[in-house]
Design a binder for this molecule. Structure first.
Ligand code: MN
Ligand code: MN
Length: 302
């Protein structure tokens, strides 16, 4: 295989690994969302199977807002053949109106604001430091693989449709750039530098020693995700560690799944999990991933 073709195949595998990893983490974590680690241990020992249930009474292999909002965002990029923020806002509006299984408070408030007045930026709000903007950012990464500046600009724009808070911004940028480097270059080493810079610029995000909180507050989320991602080299170990912290387990699982899936690639994802994911969803993710990657090529750049 020529070098360019091998490189493209590696990117495609890592991109799909990130997106399917996100869905796997969401599906696995949803079962134990809002439980404490003690409750999880009592009920499951170690929770490691995609069995559905949880407070949302999810069907096995189905996913929640983390994955479906990502798909709504990615779908708007693909349909427009590039970046159109109003189309993304409209796609979130359609997603909310269709009655998703779950929607976080800040996301709901932001989308309702857009539906009411058409505005594309949430006003700054001390209460907007949830993880809802960071959890859905992967399609932006996949459509902006070759340009960190473009990614940062777009990531902040989509984030602020619903979340306008410096900690949300910092998390969206850092996790987005980590995913970009992993998918674009397979650069796991560069991720450590990005995490170190995040902590230097925003000491609240310090994750070593790990404070042990796994809530939907974006600082807790980032600490849990980075702790699990860096501590465990294997996809399965990182994900099991994250979801067994409970609390916002589906979102923490989705984000660990995204990073660890980009690191190992789709071919290396555990079959027993991948086979449990709803196949309609797997096909939608696979199709969207290739369409987004096609837009990342220079002629699709904007
Ligand atoms: Mn969710
Ligand atoms: Mn959640």
């Amino acid at each position: 295989m020529p070098d360019a073709a091998r490189e493209a195949a590696g990117r495609a595998d890592r991109a799909l690994g990130a997106y399917l990893g996100l869905a796997i983490g969401d599906a696995l974590g949803a079962t134990v969302e809002f439980m404490t680690p003690t409750e999880i241990a009592r009920r499951y020992g170690v929770h490691r199977d995609i069995v559905g249930g949880g407070w949302l009474r999810l069907a096995p292999g189905h996913v929640t807002d983390d994955t479906t909002m990502s798909l709504a965002l990615g779908d708007a990029i693909v349909r427009c053949g590039g970046w159109q923020l109003p189309a993304i806002a409209a796609s979130f509006g359609a997603w909310l109106r269709a009655g998703p299984i779950d929607c976080g408070n800040t996301c709901r408030r932001g989308i309702r604001r857009y539906l009411a007045d058409g505005s594309l930026t949430a006003p700054p709000n001390d209460g907007d430091a949830g993880n809802g903007a960071a959890m859905r950012n992967l399609p932006v990464v996949l459509a902006s693989l070759d340009d960190a500046g473009t990614l940062a600009e777009r990531a902040l724009a989509q984030a602020r449709l619903t979340h306008n808070h410096p900690q949300s911004d910092a998390a969206v940028l850092a996790l987005g750039e980590m995913a970009r480097r992993l998918v674009a270059d397979g650069d796991a080493v560069g991720c450590a530098g990005i995490a170190a810079r995040l902590v230097a610029d925003h000491p609240a995000f310090r994750f070593d020693p790990y404070p042990g909180r796994a809530s939907g507050y974006v600082v807790d989320t980032v600490q849990t995700v980075l702790h699990c991602f860096f501590r465990h080299a294997r996809f399965e170990d990182a994900l099991v560690a994250a979801v067994n912290r409970g609390d916002d387990a589906d979102t923490n699982g989705a984000l660990v799944g995204m990073l660890a899936g980009a690191r190992c690639g789709a071919e290396a994802l555990p079959r027993r999990w991948l086979d449990r994911i709803d196949q309609v969803l797997v096909r939608a993710i696979t199709a969207q991933t290739s369409a987004l990657l096609a837009l990342s090529r220079p002629q699709g750049a904007s």
